[in-house]
Design a protein around this ligand. Structure first.
Ligand SMILES: Cc1cc2nc3c(=O)[nH]c(=O)nc-3n(C[C@H](O)[C@H](O)[C@H](O)COP(=O)(O)OP(=O)(O)OC[C@H]3O[C@@H](n4cnc5c(N)ncnc54)[C@H](O)[C@@H]3O)c2cc1C
Length: 497
């Protein structure tokens, strides 16, 4: 399963694993858009920087996103307005619009070849009822309030999906997100930054300013968690809901294709095109569900393919992928100092992190440089019970349920033979629960189903063949190794005789 962006991936630009111990000004954990944008800004301020990436640069959520850049937010500015106030809407749009400008300026300055283009964004209502019409009107008002060039239009020319009414925002943007981040890593390395791949951080000692990996320690007065969600146990995890979303891409037939960001507000599908060499591809994203609820998830890709075929003249499907997002309880991301003054976090981006990552880079750089935040709005230490109480309560009731009952009540089979090749199941073996995966060659891999992060029970994800924790979004490969999320360590390997 790989994202369409890998067609243009710079696979020959690789970075070494950390092999010794280092002293730097800033240790950045995570080589996605947040980590590398932060690294470049700090280098421009003459800081000595090391980026430590557990796997490969750009191959986290960034390289599996849709590559859309917009000054609005996908949940809707009207929701930000309802939860906060008019000034917050203005500040959110200003911060995100500045991020788009910064990305554009950087693409030009460093000649970054990532197909960055300014494009319109359409939020489309295929067949609106009264409530959807009112919501679109409210979104239009909030967009104008934020200073966006917004229009309400009837229909969208060139888009084969029937649309009755749409909100049009001009001068947004698109790029290939994987290529952008890979190019950023090259610029960071050229400017004297140190980039390490296959270097998983196993622990952070805030008091000592030490970041430990298997092959060395990085000591730094400032440490940035650009890991999408902070690693280890962090109070912010109780405020964020992790979810997964899927993507497919297929070649498009015909000559003329719509260009722009298209959000179809049916069940929610995000649609765009991508041109690689002489071929135009259609990209369709959707089928979102909470992480850990994907037991029957292998239907997600099929549903997206059916949607694409129903509306577009597509040829062969070539790419299938998925990614994770973390939604904050009060609509705004958490960017800035964590519980420790020398530890910085950037998380809670929802589905809008390509621009929030850039906002985070600006804010964290300013904090490190001057000690002052460029915006207090996103402060991770904010306390907003009136704005977040409802989602916080629902989220944590769900987590409490998973913590207290899942281990005993999860659907379990009693017989290993019921785990078919390519399947994972929690099996009851002599009274113990075991997460069992049967590989296509019939080998059994047995793991403890208890997530090492906070002891919730993991669940099988049939779409991505992984074990996913429904509480805080940690995900594990079939061999138990960490794919993403807050857990530092793997699921414990068990022996089944
Ligand atoms: C399907 C989907 C589509 C999306 N589309 C868009 C879009 O069009 N526009 C938009 O703005 N946003 C989009 N988003 C959201 C966006 O992808 C993310 O918010 C953004 O990529 C987050 O970037 P990041 O750098 O913070 O995290 P990541 O890109 O996930 O990078 C974090 C990195 O940290 C590394 N890491 C983790 N743990 C460790 C460790 N222990 N040691 C070292 N490294 C570690 C990971 O390997 C990873 O590479 C989408 C999200 C989804 C789910």
């Amino acid at each position: 399963m790989t994202a369409i962006w890998n067609l243009a991936s710079l696979e020959d630009r690789r970075y070494p694993a950390l092999q010794s111990s280092l002293d730097v000004d800033v240790a950045i954990i995570g080589g996605g858009v947040t980590g590398l944008s932060t690294a470049l800004r700090l280098l421009e301020k003459r800081k000595k920087v090391a980026v430590l990436e557990a796997r490969q640069v750009g191959k986290g959520s960034t390289g599996n996103s849709t590559g859309n850049l917009y000054a609005t937010v996908s949940q809707g500015l009207r929701r930000v307005r309802a939860t906060w106030d008019d000034d917050t809407v203005r500040e959110v749009v200003a911060a995100r619009a500045a991020a788009l400008d910064d990305i554009e300026e950087r693409v030009l300055r460093y000649s970054i070849d990532c197909q960055f283009s300014r494009r319109p964004l359409y939020s489309c209502l295929p067949d609106p009822d009264d409530r959807q019409q009112r919501d679109l009107e409210a979104e239009y008002e909030a967009s104008l309030l934020g200073g966006l060039h917004a229009k309400l239009v009837d229909g969208v020319a060139g888009l084969p999906v029937p649309v009755q009414r749409a909100l049009f925002l001009e001068h947004q943007a698109q790029y290939n997100p994987l290529r952008y981040v890979q190019e950023l890593a090259s610029v960071v390395a050229d400017q004297g930054g140190q980039v390490f791949e296959h270097t998983a951080v196993l622990d952070v000692d805030a008091g000592e300013g030490e970041v430990s990996t298997r092959s060395g320690t990085v000591t730094a007065p400032h440490i940035v968690f650009a890991t999408h969600t902070p690693k280890g146990v962090n109070l912010l995890q109780a405020e964020m809901e992790p979810s997964r979303e899927y993507g497919v891409a297929a070649s498009l037939r015909g000559e003329s294709h719509p260009e722009g960001i298209f959000w179809l507000l049916d069940d929610f599908h995000s649609v765009r095109t991508y041109r690689y060499q002489d071929q135009t591809y259609l990209v369709v994203i959707g089928e979102k569900h909470q992480t850990g609820q994907g037991e029957a998830g292998d239907g997600c890709y099929g549903n997206l393919e059916s949607y694409a075929r129903e509306h577009f003249d597509v040829g062969t499907f070539s790419h299938w992928w998925s990614a994770q997002q973390y939604k904050s309880a009060d609509q705004l991301p958490y960017i800035g100092r964590s519980a420790h003054d020398n530890i910085y976090v950037a998380t809670g981006f929802g589905a809008d992190g390509l621009a929030w990552g850039e906002v985070a880079a600006r804010n964290i750089c300013s904090l490190i440089e001057t000690g002052h935040e460029s915006s207090r709005l996103f402060n991770p230490r904010r306390f907003t019970p009136l704005k977040s109480a409802k989602s916080w309560a629902a989220l944590n009731a769900k987590v409490a349920k998973h913590l207290t009952t899942d281990y005993f009540t999860l659907d379990k089979v009693e017989d290993l033979d019921l785990v078919l090749a390519g399947e994972g199941k929690v099996v009851n073996i002599d009274g113990d629960k075991v997460a069992v995966y049967r590989a296509p060659d019939n080998t059994l891999i047995a793991l403890s189903p208890v997530c090492p992060h906070m002891k919730c029970a993991v669940r099988w994800n049939a779409a991505d063949l992984s074990w996913d924790c429904p509480c805080h979004g940690s995900r594990f490969a079939t061999d138990g190794s960490v794919i993403e999320g807050p857990a530092y360590g793997p699921l414990t390997r068990l022996e089944v005789r």
